[in-house]
Design a protein around this ligand. Structure first.
Ligand code: PMV
Length: 332
């Protein structure tokens, strides 16, 4: 039986993806920009079987069922179809961090599965094209193909061929760090794909979100090129709070913050008042990710660790793009 193993890191969006122009292909309503995180990884083993049995999806050794299994199985089928692959594909995934809790596990998982499945199915694509394939599994997975800082374009085409990610700056090109304050390990109540659809449909603030995005992207791109942490951090915080504002204004509202999330935000602002460059961002969950210089990481991690309700802090840095552990890379 042919197998391949790939490993991908989660990424955290500094300018976020929130809303779709096409839900089937996960084509985003806006472009987004992220940093890949070295210490939050998912490893996917994909095997081809000649039997007609349905594709299998296990996570951390346990079979997955329900919507998550259906999504993964149609994703594997889609890769098989693109490659004109005769067999069926099955995957076993392991993540080294809590899944479904707002830590971009779907980005790491779908990126790793896309790479291992493409390898087994015999696809040969560019890294950009691979990001377009990963995107169909989970939008944010498009960005985990690349290390360091990456931008995923909205694109205009209906087939999504121009809605792919590209690298902006490799992980070793800027000495930054990220502290992740974990506030809850529970699965979130509303998945990001459902929440963004609900918010786009019902939030009166959603239009304002769309209108501000291009400027945030342009400013963030420039800040990265100039290695300007304070500028990038300000944009990331504003963009994050604007995204959560669209959620709060939805009917009914979507609130991802917990008490400790707000306390961690205040701790970051207190660090800034003391002259330290630290900036937060929060995705569709309660965890707080803080961007800072590498030499300030220990201080930032200690400040977050002291916040009541913070369970633990993961200290990490910009990480690499997806890599093969076993099998031939599907990218040229
Ligand atoms: O890729 P999804 O469907 O899990 O959506 C991710 C949405 C956010 O994490 C909130 C923002 C982003 O750009 O990653």
């Amino acid at each position: 039986m042919r197998t391949a193993v790939a490993q991908a890191c989660a990424n955290v969006a500094l300018v976020k993806y929130w809303g779709k122009r096409d839900p089937r292909l996960n084509l985003p309503a806006v472009g987004s920009l992220s940093v890949t995180l070295a210490d939050l990884t998912a490893t996917a083993r994909v095997a081809a079987s000649d039997t007609d049995s349905p594709p299998v999806f296990t996570q951390d050794g346990r079979p997955v069922d329900g919507i998550a299994a259906a999504q993964m199985s149609s994703f594997l089928d889609e890769i098989g179809r693109r490659a004109r692959f005769a067999g069926r594909l099955a995957t076993a995934v392991e993540a080294n961090f809590p899944v479904g809790a707002g830590l971009a596990s779907s980005a790491a998982i779908y990126c790793a599965v896309a790479s291992a499945a493409a390898s087994v199915a015999g696809l040969r694509v560019s890294r950009g094209e691979l990001s377009g394939i990963a995107r169909v599994g989970s939008g944010s997975a498009a960005r985990s193909v690349f290390g360091g800082f990456a931008e995923w374009s909205r694109g205009d085409r209906d087939d999504g061929s121009d809605s792919i990610a590209r690298p902006l700056l490799e992980e070793h090109e800027w000495d930054l760090a990220v502290a992740v304050a974990i506030v809850s390990e529970a699965r979130k109540e509303i998945a990001s794909r459902d929440a963004m659809e609900h918010v786009a449909r019902s939030s009166p603030l959603y239009r304002g979100w769309i209108d501000a995005q291009e400027e945030d992207l342009a400013n963030a791109r420039r800040a990265i090129a100039e290695r300007d942490l304070d500028r990038l951090g300000e944009i990331a915080e504003e963009n994050c709070l604007r995204m959560h504002a669209t959620c709060l204004a939805a009917r009914p509202p979507v609130l991802y913050f917990r008490t400790a999330t707000v306390a961690a935000i205040e701790a970051v602002w207190e660090l800034r008042r003391r002259g330290l460059s630290a900036y937060f961002t929060i995705d569709a969950g309660p965890q707080v990710k803080v961007l800072c210089r590498r030499e300030s990481l220990a201080t930032v991690a200690a400040a977050l660790g002291a916040v009541p309700g913070v369970l633990r802090v993961v200290s990490t840095r910009p990480g690499p793009g997806v890599r093969m552990i076993e099998g031939e890379a599907p990218w040229r």
